[in-house]
Design a protein around this ligand. Sequence first.
Ligand code: SAH
Ligand code: SF4
Ligand code: F3S
Length: 473
Amino acid sequence: MPEVMTGKIQDEQRQGEVYAPFENDPNLYKKRFYIESYGCQMNFADSEVVASILNKEGFGATRNLEEADLIFINTCSIREKAEQTVRKRLTEFRKLKEKKKGMLVGVLGCMAERLKSKFLEEEKLVDIVVGPDAYRALPGLVTEAEGGQKAVNVLLSRDETYADISPVRLDSNGVSGFVSIMRGCNNMCAFCVVPFTRGRERSRDTTSIIGECRDLFEKGYREVTLLGQNVDSYYFVEEETGNVITFARLMEAVAGISPLLRVRFSTSHPKDITDEVLQVMARHDNICKYIHLPLQSGSTRVLQLMNRTYTREWYMAKVDRIREIIPGCGLSSDLIAGFCTEEEDDHRDTLAVMDYSRYDMSYMFFYSERPGTLAQRRYQDDVPDETKKRRLQEIVDLQNRLSLESNKRDIGKSFTVLIEGDSKRSEKDWMGRNSQNKVIVFPKEQYNLKKGDYVTVQVQDCTQATLLGKIIQ
Ligand code: SAH
Ligand code: SF4
Ligand code: F3S
């Protein structure tokens, strides 16, 4: 069954190689590594930490698989399909390995953590298995593997945040950068494997976050996205002063770097996003007016089974509060169709809350049972596949309508747009985003602009996924 999304590219499908633009002098590095990433933005950010660790040890990145001495695949376990994709990719790596003696294959990330040394039994070509908290051990593990041993480190940590490691930006547009502010998750949503693959929640040192954001700004970046599974529970106590830094304060500090630096964040758990966060967003022009607020289900009964700890009414009140404090705020969601025991009524409740929330876009999935989760242990995955598929399609159809309506409401409005690069279709057009995270495409015309510039664009037309506009200033 295909998983479906609308509008923007679903993170899990943002697959493919990433590339560290290191100098191409072959004498500069003793070995070359290739790294491919799957899963959420946090996993992509981790690959940048891995690249930095390997780089320091004298390994250079390559974009060319054939040239690599080491192949790393940074994996995701969130749904069964994500794991199948990785397995398929590994069979392709096997063919390469047969051709090239001495080449090593390493599995990183959530699937490595979930399967641990079982990976080595199941996939004979794998030499190295490293969980998300053990990347500092990578150079040592590579040496072990080079000596002919299989190397595994899947220890989870209570305090590792890689705070001091300055990530090597991979495959970046040079305008938007992603900065991890915390790791792990303490939330135990019944369907979710993340607490098991990423361990306990911990927040990264505030000073190192601000340092990384400032560094990005100085390198020409104009947008940072603060990343965590649940950013609103960011909590850090400064050693010297004893000051408590909440997410609201952190965001304020990052926004203070420069009015030209946009601040975004992902993801907010509806139970944890506070009025204080909303007020800080409203107060600062450079904090983007966009919230990803996953609903998962619109049925209070199903939400309870999911252990999401809010009701449909509570969620809807949160949406009201957002619209009240931040008029015109962009809103998006994650939705799961066909969770255990879901009935038609529950499904209709989901559609109704979607309608109420008027999401600009959503990531939509059917439920995929994950080993070891609360749901797998406690409930039956009892909604038939065809029903899951049909309900998902109804969710997608509704979202498509909501996205189009939302875009149509923007026709005639003007937005400040940060230029990210050429549009995919034509070099004659720019592509950028407004504060609400909507993609806007517009002709370059005679203006001498470059990526990273801000420009005012009036929306003249739209599709379901994109606004089409014209520069007015
Ligand atoms: N921390 C984020 C979500 C991370 S996972 C949050 O709390 O919102 C991204 C999305 O994947 C989730 O929001 C959920 O919609 C979906 N997801 C997670 N586990 C899933 C499963 N077992 N089956 C289907 N979708 C799942
Ligand atoms: Fe998973 Fe829930 Fe944590 Fe998100 S908040 S990562 S869905 S357990
Ligand atoms: Fe996947 Fe792990 Fe992220 S399971 S979604 S890569 S935290």
